[in-house]
Design a protein around this ligand. Structure first.
Ligand code: IMP
Ligand code: MG
Length: 180
């Protein structure tokens, strides 16, 4: 039998520790709850990357939430954005007349958030408020910002806490950088 492919063994360094993430999510949830208009929020979670972040963030928001997921792909497994955003679902959630909290794992080129936010606006939502765990400090392909950012990081490839490399490492409890 082949030995298990290591998880932590492949990590060069931890960039953001689990405890630090948890503390930051407390503050983000409080900020979102304070700034959103009263009433239920539609939270849209971009799969797969945002599932860990969203699970931990949304459980900290003490108000009714309608939670929807959207499956989109832009990296297609590697370390570079493909430049196109693919919608993998047949239908979009019903957001007509609603405020949306759109959650993704990381803001990189900005193409994903821009493409999804535009589609949701076309579907007739009132506003799209965006939240990401991480935002890379770089010039973006699309002029887009996130309303709620967990951490600003350098322009390097990271994994863990939902983020993958070729489908792996999403279950690391921290954000880290792989060995080269
Ligand atoms: P954008 O459309 O270029 O902003 O990229 C957003 C998507 O690319 C995210 O949802 C991630 O899935 C993926 N991505 C961007 N940077 C990284 C990274 O450093 N590690 C893992 N995935 C990344
Ligand atoms: Mg990915």
């Amino acid at each position: 039998m082949k030995p298990e492919i290591g998880l932590r063994e492949d990590v060069e360094r931890v960039l953001i520790d689990e405890k630090v993430i948890e503390k930051r999510l407390d503050a983000m949830a409080e900020e979102i709850d304070r700034e959103f208009p009263p009433g239920p929020i539609v939270a849209i979670v971009l799969l797969k990357g945002a599932f860990v972040f969203a699970a931990d963030l949304l459980r900290r928001i003490p108000r009714p939430l309608d939670i929807e997921c959207l499956n989109v792909a832009s990296y297609h497994g590697g370390m570079e954005s493909s430049g196109t955003v693919k919608f993998l679902d047949h239908a979009l959630p019903d957001v007509k007349g609603r405020h949306v909290l759109l959650l993704d794992d990381i803001l990189d080129t900005g193409r994903t958030l821009k493409a999804v936010a535009d589609r949701l606006m076309e579907e007739g939502c009132i506003a799209v408020h965006t939240g990401v765990l991480l935002a890379k400090d770089k010039v973006r392909a699309e002029d887009v910002q996130a309303d709620y950012v967990g951490f600003e990081i350098g322009d390097e490839f990271v994994v863990g806490y939902g983020l993958d490399y070729k489908g792996r490492y999403r279950n690391l409890p921290f954000v880290g950088v792989l060995k080269g």
